[in-house]
Design a binder for this molecule. Structure first.
Ligand code: COA
Length: 383
């Protein structure tokens, strides 16, 4: 349908929330049957847990050789170490004014400020867009770590050596992570990296389809991801688990939610109606990691809720359900759970932004009017 045709006014002529609507083409990710990034099944990518490898694949279209991966990781690390001081000063002032502000708001503001000072704001070529995306892949985790320092009243610490997963985990916990901790954290970044036309990615594509720039697309995407029906769910999952406290209280709590017709965070998905493959993968790893540790009771509680959600609602967990538990077990504060999702999804967002710009047509759907019938204007003096 083109802009010049009118939509039919029947209820069947639109899909609420665009459910089931194919809104474009992509070569980046497919959810048909199983989840694949550029044709590769998610399972081996997640088990390898190498975020740089996956970010390279999403952006460049092919898996990197060892040399390509090394150079790519070095470019990301350079981005992380070269945050413009004007942006840090801006965040420092905001942290002093409101240290309890959400790190998601700090990231949204920080990326916007990066866009304002970027010398490459209007790149002309595909290569320039890739370079801009690679720089952002390093700048965004460094922004997050910087904000957490500033909000705690600390000077901004240096960006550590090593892959993004290990470096970010170290910056956010203040501890040198074990190899196992860095590995499972890397796996969560891989699982969060990309997911086709989700709300935030579609937002980013819509923004750049107007001819706007990459930073503006990412700022909009961060705003979309923040909501509890999208990325914000991973923080809510832990709030819920903490509020219930123990497995013996799960039944009463869930009955209350059902009676109040409230959604249970971490369950259900717009696309996966028979379960989210990412949740299955990470759920198994999470249980393995928690065995024999202080995190084990939380896993018992999670198991109880999962069984009851399936039994009563036929709903299975999505990725946020195990990711929140993994982050909690790694000692991360809840306020950084969704920002970590941002760090990972930067790879998918920027890949989609570049794909959209490379084959652009303005995204501009139609609406079905349901307001008052045509009526005559009455001048204000006569009302
Ligand atoms: N808890 C309880 N009930 C849920 C639910 C949940 N997490 N998710 C869906 N449902 C129910 C809906 O209320 C609806 O019930 P109804 O038919 O009686 O009205 C039914 O399942 C169908 O859900 P629907 O609204 O069609 O799902 P959707 O595709 O529009 O929404 C989500 C998908 C993700 C927004 C939704 O499942 C949700 O809100 N989940 C919790 C938030 C979350 O975890 N988000 C992260 C997503 S990755």
């Amino acid at each position: 349908m083109t802009d010049s045709t009118s939509p039919s006014c029947s209820a069947e002529s639109f899909a609420r929330g665009l459910a089931g609507v194919v809104a474009g083409r992509t070569a980046i990710c497919s959810l048909d049957g199983d989840l694949r990034y550029r044709g590769y099944s998610i399972e081996p990518l997640a088990r390898a847990g190498d975020f740089e490898e996956v970010a390279y694949l999403l952006l460049h279209g092919e898996l990197p050789t060892a040399t390509q991966r090394h150079a790519f990781a070095a470019r990301i690390a350079t981005g992380a170490r070269e945050l413009d001081s004007a942006v840090i000063d801006c965040l420092a002032q905001l942290a002093a004014a409101c240290p309890s502000a959400s790190p998601m708001d700090a990231l949204r503001t920080g990326v916007s400020a990066l866009g304002q000072v970027a010398r490459d704001r209007v790149p002309g070529t595909h290569d320039a867009l890739i370079a801009q995306a690679e720089r952002l892949l390093g700048q965004v985790p460094a922004l997050l770590a910087a904000w957490m320092d500033l909000a705690a009243g600390r000077p901004v610490g240096p960006w550590p050596e090593g892959p993004v997963a290990r470096a970010l985990l170290e910056r956010l916990t203040g501890r040198d992570p074990s190899a196992e901790q860095a590995a499972i954290f890397g796996t969560t970044l891989v699982l969060y990296a990309e997911h086709e036309f989700n709300a935030s990615t579609f937002t980013a594509r819509t923004i750049v389809s107007t001819g706007s720039d990459m930073h503006s697309g990412v700022v909009g995407a961060i705003g979309a991801l923040k909501g509890p029906l999208h990325g914000g769910a991973n923080e809510q999952v832990l709030e819920v688990l903490s509020a219930i406290g123990s497995a013996d209280r799960a039944v009463a709590w869930l009955e209350q939610q059902f009676a109040a017709k409230r959604v249970v965070m971490g369950f259900g998905h717009r696309v996966y109606k028979n379960g989210d493959v990412r949740a299955k993968l990470l759920g198994g790893m999470c249980r393995e990691m928690a065995r024999g540790t202080p995190a084990e009771p939380l896993e018992d509680l999670a198991d109880r809720i999962e069984a009851m959600m399936l039994d009563r609602k036929g709903l299975r967990p999505n990725l946020d359900w195990p990711a929140a538990r993994v982050y909690h077990a790694l000692g991360l504060p809840v306020a950084v759970f969704t920002p970590i999702f941002v760090v990972a999804r930067m790879s998918g967002w920027t890949a989609h932004i570049i794909e959209q710009i490379g084959d652009n047509r303005l995204i501009r759907p139609l609406s079905l009017y349901c307001g008052p019938a045509a009526r005559d204007y009455v001048p204000i003096v006569a009302r």
